[in-house]
Design a protein around this ligand. Structure first.
Ligand code: OTD
Ligand code: ZN
Ligand code: ZN
Length: 346
């Protein structure tokens, strides 16, 4: 029997939503993860420190009794964000990062940034006080093919921004391309990237072959196989600049299984089992802890968790519910399309 004990993991990119969905999904994260960076793309978004305080309270209220999960809050950057509000929110320990959504790039991002120049005063202040910027790295220009949006973003937005403000710490969220991996690997500092569970497992065929499969549709959309392999190599390398951000993004089934389905994949329940499987395939089980539990805290200037998690490789496949029922409806859980053998036991 194989067992693996690692420091308790954190999720550096998570969507918890609000109301009945929040209540239905939070335990799937708090069961395994000690901390998570909480995305601010609610309707309306979490824009001010006051919004973040209220949202954090709703998350803590929804937590199962006894769970010590810590939500790490973020603010949604707009062209009107007040640098003083951001600085005070960091100073008080309320927020861990600010999130940049190019307007229209993903779910609930229409209030995001159109003209990065307008956000420069906030970004300059963040660089000064050492507050990281989390970036959804895709351009939204209609002329740019959806599969190229990350690469074009790096070239036309991210690289110029980093040259203009090299002191700003940037987390490139959910890297999905070899271009992204190479850009991070070639950088000389102040840049790191999160990688999702699902982008290590699926390529774009999962969405389109044999029928259109909405539960594999997310943004940034999964790319070709060579990109998936680059992500796997980066995650399994142990390189400190890469760590887990699941981007678990629950939507109730009717909103995904329809003529214009929402983007987002719900991976919180089985993420650790999926990742152990991937790292075993990569002969890198010894690097799983760096990816899920060490590199992220180091980047954000926090100590790794003292508690541990133990995973056991079972002979028989481990089963997870195919759906999570919530007060708002059922949410389909990510199906990796292979049997899972690694089980979290404590
Ligand atoms: N991607 N869905 C969502 C967000 C992410 O870009 C993301 O971070 C969502 O539903 O909030 C998705 O596919
Ligand atoms: Zn995003
Ligand atoms: Zn996300």
């Amino acid at each position: 029997m194989k067992t693996l004990t690692i420091r308790r993991p954190d999720d550096w990119h998570l969507h918890l939503r609000d109301g009945a969905v929040l209540e239905g999904v939070i335990a799937d994260t708090s069961r395994h993860f000690a901390r998570a960076i909480i995305m601010p793309n609610l309707v309306p978004p979490v824009v001010t420190a006051q919004d973040a305080v209220a949202y954090r309270d709703r998350i803590l209220t929804a937590l199962p009794q006894g769970d010590r999960f810590q939500p790490l809050m973020t603010l949604y950057l707009t062209e009107g964000t007040d640098p003083d509000d951001v600085a005070a929110a960091k100073e008080s320990g309320l927020i861990t990062a600010v999130k940049l959504y190019p307007a229209g790039a993903t779910t609930n991002s229409h209030g995001g940034v159109r003209d990065i120049d307008k956000a420069m005063p906030v970004l300059e202040r963040m660089a000064e006080i050492g507050l990281p910027l989390c970036v959804h790295g895709e351009v939204t220009t209609p002329e740019v093919d959806i599969f190229d949006r990350e690469a074009v973003f790096i070239e036309t937005v991210l690289d110029p921004l980093r040259n203009r403000l090299p002191e700003l710490k940037v987390t490139m969220e959910h890297v999905t391309t070899k271009d992204g991996v190479d850009y991070i690997m070639g950088s000389s500092g102040n840049l790191a990237g999160t990688i999702t569970t699902h982008h290590l497992i699926i390529n774009r065929n999962a969405i389109l072959v044999g029928g259109i499969r909405p539960h594999y549709y997310c943004l940034p959309v999964a790319k070709r196989e060579n990109h998936r392999l680059a992500l796997r190599a980066a995650a399994a390398s142990g390189d400190k600049r890469f760590f887990l951000g699941t981007d678990s993004a629950p939507h109730v089934d009717p909103l995904k299984e329809c003529g214009c389905g929402c983007a987002g994949i719900y991976t919180s329940p089985n993420t650790m089992s999926c990742l152990a499987h991937v790292f075993e395939e990569e002969n890198a089980l010894d690097k799983l802890e760096a990816f899920t539990s060490l590199n992220g805290p180091a980047w954000y200037g926090m100590a790794p968790n003292e508690e541990t998690m133990t995973l056991v490789r079972q002979e028989q496949p481990v089963s997870y519910p195919s759906k999570r029922d919530t007060g708002a409806g059922a949410i389909t859980v990510f199906d990796p399309m292979f049997p899972l053998h690694w089980q979290v036991v404590e």
